[in-house]
Design a protein around this ligand. Structure first.
Ligand code: TRP
Length: 328
């Protein structure tokens, strides 16, 4: 599929940036503000492409555009996607620093870590988005009053809510297979909580680490052979192969519980999670605050508090689980 799709995506995003520029210039022209008015430079790095990260980025873009119009400022916008590659993350962030952007927005943990490294010794602020555990990731120490020039939003969720839901929907499950990338600290943090929870309930588990999207299918088959159900945390590597994991589980007629709504949309049975459009909007608001003069230390890290149960009816039907009470 990909080349055409990718070209289209690039063309679209170029168009989007262009329309932002044109839109914004038009705005200051019509309101008669002089050309000396500040034009902010915004750089956005997204770790990779998967539905949840894309949803977050669109929400950030929409919020920035809306606030720029409402508050009468203009900005240039440079969106870069690292395609999950560590060296690319570093290159993109160094380029943002060389361009002397006014803020770097970083979507997902590894992108935020790359941005944090690149801005060391500069005064460029970083606003991260959807970092599950910003303390474990080494981005902030004090989430209430971030001490570096870095703050943002977190999608941390209490895993007990997900496993309580699992106990309700599929009470016969006695063992979980845990699938995640051990180099994603966001996943490691959730898996630590998961093991504590499962230990406390006397439920057994088997782990299968993956280091790349291509390993998800074999790992899924292995875990589905050994366990009654699979759990995937907020893991970018697994999320990008979610349709494959879901298909394997449906074939095995076993439930996959996940930690993000997009992974339910991609075939997982159920989750309790945050709304990523709201998370993106909140990230955008933080960016605007920083651009317009608020100090980062006055912007606490925001953990989204509203969690909602999300179920996939088709998957439920395919594996014979009753989710009717959660269908609106
Ligand atoms: N929270 C993830 C991180 O810290 C990023 C993320 C956001 C994500 N939405 C997701 C990962 C959905 C998997 C599925 O990097």
């Amino acid at each position: 599929m990909n080349l055409t799709k990718k070209c289209l995506a690039i063309a679209l995003s170029a168009l989007f940036s262009l329309s932002l520029l044109v839109g914004c210039t038009g705005e200051s022209g019509t309101s008669g503000v002089s050309a000396s008015e500040t034009e902010y430079k915004v750089g956005l790095i997204q770790l990779m492409e998967h539905p949840s990260l894309d949803e977050i980025r669109v929400a950030i873009e929409d919020e920035l555009a809306a606030k720029a119009e409402a508050e009468g400022f203009t900005y240039t916008y440079d969106y870069q996607n690292a395609q999950g590659d560590t060296a690319t993350i570093a290159n993109i962030c160094q380029k943002f620093v060389a361009d002397d952007v006014d803020v770097i927005i970083a979507i997902a943990t590894q992108a935020a870590q790359g941005a944090a490294t690149a801005v060391e010794g500069t005064d460029i602020p970083v606003i991260f988005s959807a970092v599950t555990d910003p303390v474990a990731a080494g981005l902030v120490e004090n989430t209430e009053a971030p001490e570096g020039n870095i703050t943002g939003t977190s999608d941390a969720i209490p895993v007990s809510k997900i496993f309580d839901l699992a106990a309700e929907l599929t009470p016969d499950v006695e063992s979980f297979g845990l699938i995640y990338n051990t180099s994603e600290i966001n996943s490691v943090s959730v898996i630590e909580q998961t093991k504590e929870y499962l230990d406390s309930k006397g439920i057994s588990y088997v782990e299968n680490a993956v280091t790349a999207t291509g390993e998800v299918q074999t790992a899924a088959q292995n875990l589905l052979n050994k366990c009654d159900a699979v759990f995937a945390p907020i893991d970018n590597t697994v999320a990008s192969a979610m349709p494959i994991l879901a298909e394997e589980a449906i074939n095995a007629k076993k439930p996959v519980y996940v930690a993000a709504d997009s992974m339910v949309a991609d075939g997982g049975l159920a989750t309790v999670g945050v709304n990523y459009t709201n998370l993106g909007t909140q990230t955008g608001d933080m960016v605007v605050k920083v651009l317009t003069g608020t100090s980062v230390s006055d912007i606490p890290v925001e953990v989204l508090k509203d969690n909602a149960v999300v179920v996939n009816e088709e998957t439920a039907q395919a594996i014979g689980v009753d989710v009717s009470q959660y269908v609106q």
